[in-house]
Ligand binder design. Structure first.
Ligand SMILES: [Zn+2]
Length: 287
């Protein structure tokens, strides 16, 4: 059964580790993430962007697939199904479809409008026990057409949004989506510490987890980050393993063209990446 992200993140905050949000794109992706969580007894958050939701056929397909896998694969670790960078309309749609957690990304609105819309989503989600993530200070890079300038969040604005009663708060601290450029300056720990100071007890969310060095991840967790989003890294691992399989001509040997064989190395690569992240985040055996 799907659960809200509230309890797993409260525990993570107290225990000084982070729960990974792994974005899913299809059946193989979802199976790989759920199996890895179960094998390692780790709580997990499945992230779905609006683009990925559309790609999979729609929100009902996603909810049906995830609930079906949890039942048929006998997944007993806590699993939250969460819309990633949801628009106002998107957040409302997934609440109706059966998601257990939502992110409403109002970071591109003026702060007053972000507050108004976040309040509405909190009221709607709260009545169903669904957790809510809000964002302050647009996170750079590009995710499904949402482009941010890589700003650093204002700790005072973070407090304003946190006080509305969100479950978790994403704040830009120099992190970006996708691959990090060679001249990236790193995370802004000074701002992260100030945000944490203004929002004690609030699980903070780090977006753009791909390619942030391990020591920075650990330091961010020590400063209050309890949820870390990973997307691009699984995509790169899947693509590389699939390319190797094709380049080695394995699809031309026997029944190597069978999708169950063709997609197996990529699926295993996702599992390996997810496990590596769970180890780094400290969520193994915390289910
Ligand atoms: Zn993000």
């Amino acid at each position: 059964m799907l659960v809200s992200a509230q309890e797993m993140l409260t525990k993570a905050k107290e225990g000084k580790y982070a729960v990974g949000q792994f974005n899913i794109n299809n059946l193989e992706w979802t199976k790989a993430v759920l199996q890895t969580a179960q094998e390692n007894s780790s709580p997990v958050i499945l992230g779905v962007s609006e683009g990925a939701g559309k790609y999979m056929g729609g929100w009902d397909v996603v909810v049906g697939m995830v609930n079906g896998l949890i039942k048929d694969m006998k997944i007993t670790v806590p699993v939250a199904l969460h819309i990633d960078h949801g628009t106002y309309e998107g957040a409302k749609a997934v609440i109706a479809a059966g998601f257990s957690s939502v992110m409403f990304d109002g970071s591109h609105y003026p702060i007053e409008e972000n507050i108004e819309k976040t309040k509405e989503i909190i009221a709607l989600a709260g009545s169903k026990g669904i957790s809510v993530e809000a964002e302050v200070g647009a996170i750079g890079g590009e995710e499904d057409g949402v482009v941010g300038g890589g700003e650093v969040a204002d700790p005072a604005e973070c407090k304003m949004i946190a006080d509305l009663g969100v479950t978790m708060l994403a704040a830009g601290i120099g992190n970006i989506h996708g691959k990090y450029p060679a001249n990236w300056k790193g995370l802004n720990f000074e701002v992260l510490a100030k945000i944490q100071e203004k929002t004690p007890g609030m699980p903070l969310v780090l977006h753009g987890g791909t390619g942030i060095p391990a020591d920075m991840i650990k330091r961010a967790i020590s400063l209050g980050v309890s949820k870390i989003n990973v997307n691009t890294e699984c995509q790169l691992a899947f693509a590389e393993a699939t390319r190797k399989y094709i380049e080695a001509g394995k699809d031309l040997e026997g029944k190597g063209f069978d999708p169950r064989k063709l997609l197996a190395p990529g699926t295993q690569a996702i599992k390996d990446t997810v496990k590596e992240k769970m180890e780094l985040f400290g969520s193994i055996n915390k289910a």
